[in-house]
Design a protein around this ligand. Structure first.
Ligand SMILES: Nc1ncnc2c1ncn2[C@@H]1O[C@H](COP(=O)(O)OP(=O)(O)O)[C@@H](O)[C@H]1O
Ligand SMILES: [Mg+2]
Length: 229
């Protein structure tokens, strides 16, 4: 794994415990992870091994019990609430197992949602959203609502939305877990192609060895520790 270039992701000694009525549940132990711009890594591990927890910490949706995280030289754990929301929206794209598209919005409107944080989307934002929808094969579907689309199409729209703000880090948590084989292949192929085109760091959690092998590197979570696969 490469050195922590200033533009890369550096996770140092991250631990995460959850409080329980009895003793704390230790989920992650001293996680260390360095990824440079354009690198992709699959985190493997069975259900309950802490994959989603790790992605949520790196995605700043939750805070580690101890340790540090830096992306592009910025430690998000030190930012105030406003700056953190700005950082998350600008630096990080999320693709979850479930698409989380808004049912009342078209695919174009859904793709534009991350841009809403900066006020009304302008013509450039619309142009980028349309280009992304085109890139994921949905050029002729941008006026459709999620209910009118297949699972694969919805997940491809979620990928377009995740890329809207040109994130330096894309976090994908079981992104093909709800899809049939053919759609899963399409989404995985697109993820990797676009990641290479945009030099994004891609961190993908999966229990699928087959999907993991498409990434440049693979690690697995065992007893809360990140180990070579
Ligand atoms: N908010 C939480 N409070 C308590 N325990 C949690 C919480 N989130 C996750 N866990 C526990 O942490 C462990 C890892 O969960 P998770 O990260 O979702 O695993 P995975 O994504 O690999 O299936 C599980 O035992 C889960 O029950
Ligand atoms: Mg999970």
């Amino acid at each position: 794994m490469s050195d922590s270039a200033p533009k890369g992701l550096a996770v140092e000694d991250v631990c995460k415990e959850f409080e329980t009525p009895t003793e704390p549940l230790v989920v992650l132990r001293n996680i260390r992870l360095h990824l440079a711009k354009g690198e992709s890594l699959a985190i493997l591990g069975p259900s309950g091994s802490g994959k989603s927890t790790l992605l949520q910490l790196i995605g700043t949706l939750d805070r580690p019990t101890s340790g540090s995280i830096a992306l592009g030289g910025v430690n998000p754990l030190l930012l105030d609430e406003n700056a953190l929301a700005h950082y998350r929206n600008n630096q990080i794209g999320f693709v979850f197992q479930d698409h989380h598209l808004l049912p009342q919005c078209t695919l174009l409107e859904n793709t534009l949602i991350p841009a809403l944080a900066f006020g009304r989307p302008d013509a450039n934002d619309r142009q980028r959203a349309l280009e992304l929808l085109d890139r994921v094969g949905l050029a002729d579907r941008h006026q459709h609502r999620p209910a009118e689309c297949s699972g694969g199409e919805r997940q491809r729209a979620a990928l377009a939305r995740g890329l809207m703000m040109k994130p330096s880090l894309l976090l994908a948590d079981e992104p093909t877990g709800n899809l049939d084989r053919r759609s899963a292949e399409q989404v995985a192929t697109l993820l990797l192609e676009i990641q290479k085109e945009q030099h994004t760091i891609l961190l993908l959690a999966t229990h699928s060895q087959e999907l993991a092998e498409k990434m440049q590197q693979q690690m697995q979570l065992i007893d809360g520790r990140l180990e070579p696969n």
